[in-house]
Design a protein around this ligand. Structure first.
Ligand code: ZN
Length: 260
């Protein structure tokens, strides 16, 4: 599932390919992904206009048009963007296809159709519809500490609660907890100051480094657990067996020897 680092990479991709080009045509293949906007309204809003800039917030990509309109993309479990010219190179499950006057196309592909595409007058009207916490890359230590200390949930659940901290999901919370040597089921409010500080620092580091490596596990160093999300793999730190367990309904991978 695309999380903060993945969506940041999508943002860089969109910025590098799709800004300042006149939009010629818009096709919506899966109207069920549209939130608060109809296919015809979306087509009308985009056609003849251009994308000016973009910004990521949590797991959302907000794309500013050249007038008072913002296209908001959420990538669900399987979503991604693809920019191409030759229609034969189109991805397999494009739900939204934006065609530019240049002859190029931008496809929003979301195989499981769990993503969201919305249109808002401005960022404020989008944020008014969502209860989103501070972005995980922007949050400061005091806010982070307040959120975790007030939580009655496991630390894994606290890190992935988008209402409190936006951007971290199942996969990156596992990596952050692995790097911070904290068991995912540990109660967030039981973390002492040292553990909170350590967790905060590894959260920032894991997110920033993963963006640098283009959120591609193939680029991740051996010290990361992320490419080892299988129980038959060894912990890259101690060589022990990694374990999988459900935590708040999601399968978590962790090292029971290193994380406590
Ligand atoms: Zn270990």
């Amino acid at each position: 599932m695309p999380e903060l680092p993945d969506v940041q990479v999508f943002k860089q991709y969109l910025d590098a390919t799709s800004l300042h080009q006149k939009i010629k045509e818009v096709q919506v293949q899966a109207p069920e992904i549209l939130k608060g906007v109809t296919a015809s309204k979306l087509k009308e809003a985009l056609s003849g206009h251009a994308f000016e800039s973009s910004r990521r917030y949590g797991k959302y990509l907000l794309v500013q048009l050249d007038y008072a309109a913002v296209l908001v993309l959420h990538f669900g479990m399987t979503g991604f963007l693809k920019y191409f010219k030759d229609m034969e190179k189109k991805p397999g499950h494009q739900q939204l296809l934006i065609s530019f006057s240049s002859g190029y196309h931008l496809a929003y592909d979301c195989q499981r159709k769990l993503g969201e595409v919305g249109l808002y007058e401005d960022e404020g009207s989008f944020f008014a519809t969502k209860k989103l916490g501070k972005d995980a890359l922007d949050i400061d230590f005091n806010s982070f500490k307040d959120i975790l200390s007030a939580s009655r949930a496991s630390v894994k659940s606290a890190l992935t609660n988008q209402d409190a901290i936006a951007g971290i999901g199942n996969i990156y919370s596992d990596e952050i907890l692995f790097q911070g040597r904290i068991h995912p089921k540990k109660k967030a409010r039981r973390l002492d100051d040292n553990a909170l500080r350590r967790l905060f620092e590894v959260m920032k580091e894991v997110l920033a480094e993963s963006i640098e490596w283009r959120a591609d596990p193939d680029n991740f160093p051996d010290s990361y657990a992320l490419p080892h999300r299988r129980t038959d793999r060894e912990c890259p730190r101690c060589g022990g067996k990694m374990k999988a367990e459900k935590v708040s309904g999601r399968t978590s991978y962790f090292c029971p020897q290193c994380q406590n």
